[in-house]
Design a protein around this ligand. Structure first.
Ligand code: NAD
Length: 333
């Protein structure tokens, strides 16, 4: 099939071309994101392939449909950027990659926890400048601490397994309870109890209307003073302004995020020579106890291979008329 690949970085091209060998599909790579201005590039392509920041609203779907596109293949799990109803009305099939790196994301969350706790990011810079003083680098043992996991699906469960290995106690909250978490010794509790008892809270639930700004002023007020918040899920789970106030008062002792509510204006691009206009983001970067990575938790070679392989198997299913297990329609979400 002829596939227009949007938001292409060199690493996407490398892994997609490797998975497409021998050249079964005709891939054309476009660097820009899919949006109102670039949708025309997909004219004549029955399939388009997109990532997390591409826009697939009703207007863009109409442009795609009128130019012959019948399939949108997401190279990611989340589909909050796709208007599923408009796609169904226009006869456009949407497929995704539901799980490509649960270990990679959980391991990255643990990396942020360890770095924040032991100030490894600060120690790295100090040692390079010949500063071997330990003041300001005091950490705490993870052993015996309580980790609250919100969302105990694939990634949350793996985080629980890793943190159990450190000797942490596990509290969890999810709308569906996962028996495997309880097998690990974890205990499901309601959110107020999780907020009150956790030394570290890690978010692993999807961004949906019910979870929008889950971590807000009221939630932060219930937390242990000086606790740590980790978000590798979606930026809008956190009310960033409320978290900034929590950091200023010391109620939040550490913040580690791989995602940010307004990240689509920033992440995945080299803006090092530009003036960043987002003052909220810039304020976050000034705290010594905040560690931010730019949506890289998924970014392992294993994940990029899985994404490429699953994307082509999804496209092949649709092209050859087989049911595709990764098709998203309104009645299977
Ligand atoms: P998953 O579907 O396996 O698990 C999500 C869990 O959240 C499920 O158990 C579900 O029941 C639970 N949930 C749903 N609504 C909830 C609510 N209102 N409150 C609490 N829990 C709720 O998903 P996953 O593969 O574990 O991924 C988790 C999240 O990680 C995804 O939603 C995605 O946003 C994010 N993610 C981030 C990256 C990255 O690179 N940073 C990569 C992949 C996924």
């Amino acid at each position: 099939m002829k596939v227009a690949v949007f938001s292409t970085k060199a690493y996407d091209r490398q892994f997609l071309e490797a998975a497409n060998s021998p050249k079964k599909h005709e891939l054309v790579f476009f660097k820009p994101r899919l949006d109102r201005d670039t949708a025309i590039l997909a004219a004549g392509f029955p399939a388009v392939c997109i990532f997390v920041h591409d826009q697939v609203d009703a207007q863009i779907l109409e442009i795609l449909a009128s130019n012959g596109t019948r399939l949108v293949a997401l190279r990611c799990a989340g589909f909050n950027n796709v208007d599923l109803k408009a796609a169904a009305d226009l006869g456009i099939t949407i497929v995704r990659v539901p799980a490509y790196s649960p270990y990679g994301v959980a391991e990255h969350a643990v990396g942020i926890i360890l770095s924040l706790n032991r100030k490894i990011h600060r120690a790295y810079n100090r040692v390079r400048e010949g500063n071997f003083a330990l003041d300001g680098l005091l950490g705490f043992n993870l052993n015996g601490r309580t980790v609250g996991i919100i969302g105990t699906g694939k990634i949350g469960l793996i985080l629980g397994q890793i943190m159990r290995g450190f000797g942490c106690h596990l509290l969890a909250y999810d709308v569906y309870q996962n028996p495997e978490l309880e097998t690990l010794g974890g205990k499901y509790v309601e959110l107020p109890e999780l907020f009150a008892k956790s030394d570290i809270i890690s978010l692993h639930c999807p961004l949906i209307p019910q979870t929008y700004h889950l971590i807000n002023e009221a939630a932060i007020a219930q937390m242990k003073p000086g606790m740590m918040i980790i978000n590798t899920s979606r930026g809008a789970l956190i009310d960033t302004q409320a978290v900034i106030e929590g950091l200023k008062s010391g109620q939040i002792g550490y913040l580690g995020v791989d995602v940010y509510e307004q990240e689509s204006e920033l992440f995945f691009e080299d803006l090092s020579g530009e003036i960043i206009q987002d003052d909220v983001f810039q304020r976050l970067t000034t705290f010594p106890n905040v560690l931010i990575t730019g949506h890289q938790a998924f970014f392992t070679a294993d994940a990029l291979r899985n994404i490429a392989d699953t994307t082509f198997s999804n496209i092949a299913d649709i092209e050859e008329g087989r049911p595709c297990p990764n098709e998203i329609c309104q009645n299977n979400i």
